[in-house]
Design a protein around this ligand. Structure first.
Ligand SMILES: CC(C)(COP(=O)(O)OP(=O)(O)OC[C@H]1O[C@@H](n2cnc3c(N)ncnc32)[C@H](O)[C@@H]1OP(=O)(O)O)[C@@H](O)C(=O)NCCC(=O)NCCS
Length: 280
């Protein structure tokens, strides 16, 4: 049994290595480690073994070899992930010293839920106005404020995985990607001329599948910021129901707004994705 290496990268900041395991010229498994610039404090690792060859030590051998090859300069804690109901993978990662660090609820929001009613306008304090993305001019500097609000909230929601420095241009690219954002399905709550909370439906496919997010309330405003997001979130879901869109959600437990959504509205096909970490 051999473990040839695929082309990789040794730059400590962009370290990447893939190994494939063969038995008599048949692929039996592969494993990879590749750094992710946005979350540089850990090296994500993946191992997959073909069904017929599982539980024979192949995954463990791949993981051991991958770890052995990490050069000292690129070395840092490792991160892995699997579905919570994938007992073999969960046992595998735990056996190799990985501990859970984050849970993410993933599923489709049940838009038929009777709990989904339009939020009363009276819920909104007088000084807050809701704008749709297509009501904000392309060149308006409000877009910069919206990107920066996102960046702040994203960072606060990722205390479990340090976020790299992000400049304004990159924040706009990540959080307001024109290929992703649907301006008329993006709702921003504004107070004193500044964005305060928002929600959006994005990544619409031809099949009518969209995702709820980027969704946030300004954490600097505590509970008030968090609750302010409830209004644009409910409005987005009601629009989706009107347009016949399907709405998926991925809610990290550390994301107060999205986690609140999955607690309030039932999910169809609800699964939980678990991230694990271990020291190098
Ligand atoms: C997780 C996986 C990589 C393990 O590979 P493997 O070669 O079967 O693992 P190993 O034989 O090295 O087993 C190591 C340990 O993992 C655990 N394990 C592996 N298979 C298991 C099973 N079916 N049930 C429970 N524990 C299991 C055990 O703790 C085992 O130790 P043991 O042999 O002392 O019992 C493999 O099951 C797999 O590829 N699963 C699919 C993963 C996948 O789909 N990934 C895509 C993204 S989620």
């Amino acid at each position: 049994m051999g473990a040839p290496s695929m082309p990789g990268g040794d730059d400590p900041k962009r370290y990447r290595r893939t190994l494939i395991m063969e038995r008599i010229s048949q692929l039996v498994g592969n494993g990879s480690i590749s750094s992710y610039w946005l979350h540089p404090s850990r090296l994500p690792v993946e191992v997959v073994v073909t069904l017929a060859n599982r539980h024979q030590g192949i995954g463990s051998a791949l993981l051991k070899r991958l770890i052995r090859r990490i050069p000292a300069a690129a070395s840092r804690p490792l991160e892995a992930a699997c579905w919570s109901d994938d007992e073999a993978s969960a046992a595998f990662w735990r056996k190799h010293g990985f501990m859970p660090i984050k849970r993410t609820d993933i599923g489709t929001i049940d838009l038929t839920s009777p709990a989904l009613v339009p939020p009363p306008a009276s819920m909104l304090p007088d000084e807050i106005t809701i704008y749709r993305g297509d009501e904000i001019a392309h060149e308006d500097s409000l877009w910069d404020d919206i990107a920066q609000l996102h960046e702040r909230v994203y960072r606060a929601n990722h205390d479990w995985s340090a976020v790299a420095a992000i400049d304004l241009a990159t924040a706009r690219q990540i959080f307001l990607d024109p290929d992703d954002i649907i301006p008329h399905a993006l709702l921003v709550a504004i107070r004193d001329g500044r964005p305060f909370a928002m929600a959006s439906l994005r990544s619409l496919t031809d099949a009518g599948y969209s995702e709820l997010g980027w969704t946030c309330g300004d954490r600097e405003l505590g509970e008030e910021g968090r609750h302010a997001a409830d209004f644009p979130v409910s409005q987005c879901l009601i629009l989706a129901r009107k347009w016949g869109w399907i709405v998926g959600v991925e809610a990290d437990h550390s994301d107060h707004v999205l986690h609140g959504v999955v607690k309030r509205w039932p999910l169809i096909d609800h699964r939980v994705w678990v991230n694990y970490s271990r020291p190098r």
